[in-house]
Design a protein around this ligand. Structure first.
Ligand SMILES: [Zn+2]
Length: 459
């Protein structure tokens, strides 16, 4: 107990000092605490009712929607910031929610966790609820095996038989986690044919049955490998959902209006989050709300008026123009962003800022998995294509092969120049879209912050 107290006080001191220096570092206090008391995380997890969120895409947005559900229920919750999802970061988060005497100030904790770390973190954190958003091939594990990632999560789940699982029914990989387990499972998904424009671009990892390796058949696809799948050999198919999107009444660049059905629930919700992927995030959040005991009104209130999470899309108003920055980190996310651009009716200027540092993924061949070809559908509305970042030339080549005329593509590696020139090309009332990879986003953010007062990342 003495070691616990000492570890807590040390970490709290570190948190205060880091704040004084306005550092965003979130793992150091946790690391110090772990050094003083190696079992601290196991001890801390007993003090909170924990929900874990894992999966490739949508963790941060889903986490924010779930937090909104908890607030709607009147619960007090602490949540980890994106990027602080390993043991040390989670330790810091939980300690920050304790009094100096070591008592929890909130009852619930909401923890985003890496798919790779989930296997070891789940048995230590002993969550009541686990949400798995989806599994996609990230560029970072391009040469890794997607099934290994899924099985890591499966192993973690095997150690927490009491946890409620909230799973994406339309993702054959994610849905398989609910098979043959003692856990209570809540499945969410889209009703068949609810999004008629979807077309299959199913990557090789997810195209084949997780049980018997036969190729799945689809009666409906939303995006990527998500949809109504069935294995013709062994019969493994999309499970019956408890929470389902039964209609998309409107869909544009600002968001969508959707109908959601569940047990004793039929609601129509206006979502201020663009993109089909955010409808899945909303369904995950609604499933959590139901498990929490919220009724349709409570769930509607929690979902309505919800804005985009940081890093996903940020808007800066500059004179009469808008600059929107949208992070791109893998082909699936990139395709969603391009599809979102397609819903734009006004002319615009676009810039792709592609880096290949470690945090971006050093192998940029993933750009060839992005459907830049669809830009042809809006080519007349794009005033200019800028390419930037360390791999600007590669991006220019990719656009050329996508059928974009090379004289429309402008190479500008200096971000100051990029922003200035692109804004000059952007007409009044129009938007300049910057699509950066992770480290390019960090660099561009610094400039936007200095020049236009964009808010700090972690505030
Ligand atoms: Zn099969």
């Amino acid at each position: 107990m003495l070691r616990f107290r000492a570890a807590i006080l040390t970490a709290k001191l570190a948190i205060v000092i880091l704040r004084l220096f306005r550092s965003g570092g979130t793992s150091l206090p946790g690391k110090l605490a772990q050094r003083l008391y190696p079992q601290i995380l196991d001890h801390l997890s007993g003090l909170f009712r924990i929900t874990m969120i894992t999966g490739t895409n949508g963790k941060t947005t889903t986490s924010r929607i779930v937090a909104s559900m908890m607030e709607q229920k009147g619960l007090k919750v602490v949540a980890n910031k994106s990027g602080a999802n390993l043991a040390s970061g989670i330790t810091t988060t939980l300690i920050s929610a304790l009094t100096p005497g070591g008592r929890p100030r909130v009852t619930h904790a909401l923890l985003e966790t890496d798919e790779a770390a989930f296997r070891t973190m789940a048995p230590r954190l002993k969550p009541e609820t686990v949400i798995v958003t989806n599994f996609f091939r990230d560029q970072l594990d391009r040469f890794g095996e997607l099934h290994t990632t899924v099985n890591n999560v499966r192993e973690g789940i095997a150690k927490i038989p009491g946890a409620v699982l909230i799973l994406n029914a339309d993702d054959s990989l994610c849905a398989s986690l609910g098979r043959n387990v003692p856990n209570r499972v809540i499945y969410f998904g889209m009703k068949e044919g609810v999004y008629p424009e979807g077309n299959a671009s199913i990557n090789s990892d997810a195209a084949f049955c997780i049980q018997c390796k036969s190729r799945y058949e689809y009666s409906s696809v939303t995006f990527g490998h998500l949809g109504h799948f069935i294995c013709p050999s062994c019969g493994y198919g999309r499970p019956h959902t408890h929470v389902e999107c039964t209609g998309i009444l409107s869909y544009d660049n600002l968001g969508s209006t959707i109908e959601v059905s569940g047990p004793d629930m039929d609601i129509t919700v206006k979502l201020a989050l663009p993109g089909l992927y955010n409808i899945y995030n909303a369904l995950a959040g609604a499933s959590f709300g139901l498990a929490l005991g919220l009724d349709g009104n409570g769930i509607t209130a929690a979902l309505t008026g919800f804005e985009c999470g940081f890093g996903r899309m940020e808007t800066v108003h500059i004179n009469d123009r808008e600059l929107k920055m949208i992070l791109v980190k893998n082909p699936t996310g990139f395709n969603q962003v391009l599809r979102y651009l397609l819903t734009q009716e006004e002319p615009c200027v676009t810039a792709f800022a592609i880096n290949d540092r470690l945090a971006d993924g050093t192998d940029i061949s993933w750009l060839w998995d992005v459907d830049f070809e669809i830009l042809a559908l809006m080519d007349d509305r794009i005033r200019a294509y800028y390419v930037s970042g360390i791999r600007a030339e590669d991006m220019a080549v990719r656009l050329k092969y996508a059928g974009i005329s090379p004289d429309r593509v402008i190479l500008e590696k200096d971000y100051h120049q990029l922003i200035q020139k692109a804004l000059q090309k952007t007409g009044a009332g129009e938007t300049f879209y910057i699509l950066p990879t992770y480290t390019a986003m960090l660099d561009i953010r610094k400039i936007l912050k200095k020049r236009f007062g964009l808010k700090e990342f972690w505030q």
